[in-house]
Design a protein around this ligand. Structure first.
Ligand SMILES: Cc1ncc(COP(=O)(O)O)c(C=O)c1O
Length: 360
């Protein structure tokens, strides 16, 4: 077997959260809850399920490679032009396309540390020189990012809010960062958790796209819309940026069922707004439960919480797993005494709190 491209060996394979069935099988458990992948704990709405069923009847055909109906519905919903949108097999794909399009071997990129792992993986595969900027108090250190910007910087990655920290950059510092960057540098603003953020000073990234040509905003149907298993995300940018990304995109990258489900989800806003409100209440409940037990945590603007377990996080995550609770051990992100926990249903959250107290 010949050697693969040299940069591939620099990448540690992405380890996703364990599936429920695998844990049941391996540990012989009857009841398992998964709070490890920042998914929506509820199934899609009845309207979305009906659309999925209907689309299933035509899967002998290739999907619409241009996502016509979804593009039309989303453009109307966001009040942007259809040519400002690109769809992907999850927003992951849009991030990867942006790296493939703009980053060549030896180019620089700026990534916060810790941050969403896909940025690092995609850039390593492109042979980029990664400028890491450690978080400060679990927030982006905007001034240090500005100091690292050079003419060779091709992309600055902004998870807003980011994973695993759960915090966001507010409008004023974000715009100051955009102004500090060379207009040739792409600012990739990853808003996977956009629908959960309530903060008044959260940036209006679509208004920023009108002002600055070098922005790419990514969002997803995997989180609040609960379609993680179908894989559909999107990018919003000026048509010139979208045109470049489209040249790299596989012709049928978003499957037909995902497209139909996403259109139906967009049309069922009231259902999803209720879910987001419910999640917010559950987050407060978890905060209170953790505080009551004397367990530290970081305030989050997403559907997950970074929890300080004081002990070695890999031991805590393994002990929780044995009791049927799947969470994320944060040691792979360099946070050795933290676990990341997705906010689940009320029953799941109660069970998690009880089990965490037992384990600690
Ligand atoms: C910050 C962030 N960006 C992007 C994604 C990717 O989401 P998807 O590819 O499912 O759209 C995730 C998923 O966990 C995430 O946490």
């Amino acid at each position: 077997m010949q050697a693969a491209k040299k940069y591939i060996y620099d990448v540690k394979p992405y380890v996703p959260g364990k599936p429920i069935e695998e844990v049941k099988r391996e540990l012989g458990l009857k009841s398992v809850i998964k709070l490890a992948s920042n998914e929506n704990p509820y199934p899609p709405s009845p309207k979305v399920l009906a659309a999925i069923k209907k689309a299933g009847a035509s899967v002998n055909r290739y999907p619409d490679g241009d996502c016509f109906a979804l593009r039309k519905a989303l453009a109307k919903f966001l009040k942007v032009g259809g040519s400002q949108l690109i769809f992907g097999n999850g927003s992951d794909e849009i991030i990867i396309l942006a790296v493939k399009a703009f980053v060549q071997e030896g180019d620089e990129v700026i990534i916060a540390k810790p941050s969403f792992l896909i940025y690092d993986i995609a850039c390593k595969l492109a042979g980029a020189r990664i400028q890491s900027v450690p978080l400060r108090g679990f927030c982006y250190d905007v001034e240090t990012i500005k100091a690292k910007i050079s003419r060779r910087t091709k992309i600055i990655f902004i998870g807003n809010p980011d994973n695993p920290c759960g915090t966001y950059i507010s409008a004023v510092p974000l715009e100051s960062l955009i102004k500090a960057a060379d207009p040739q540098t792409l600012i990739l603003i990853d808003e996977a958790y956009f629908e959960y953020v309530r903060a008044k000073d959260y940036p209006d990234s679509l208004a920023l796209i009108k002002k600055y040509p070098n922005l790419l905003v990514t969002r997803t149907f995997s989180k609040m819309y609960g379609l993680a298993g179908l894989r559909v995300g999107y990018g919003i940018a000026r048509p010139e940026v979208i045109d470049i990304l489209n040249r790299l995109r596989e012709p049928f990258n978003v499957n037909a069922i995902a497209q139909a489900a996403a259109v139906a989800a967009l049309g069922d806003q009231n259902h999803y707004k209720k879910l987001a409100k419910n999640m917010e209440e559950q987050r407060q409940l978890l905060y209170r439960g953790l505080a009551h037990a004397g367990i530290g945590f970081e305030a989050s603007f997403t559907n997950f919480i970074l929890i300080k377990v004081t002990a070695d996080s890999s031991h805590v995550a393994a002990a929780l797993l044995k009791k049927g609770v799947i969470v994320r051990d944060m040691s792979a992100w360099g946070l050795h005494s933290y676990i990341r926990v997705t906010i689940g249903t009320p029953a799941e959250n109660k069970w998690f709190l009880k089990t965490l107290r037992e384990v600690l």
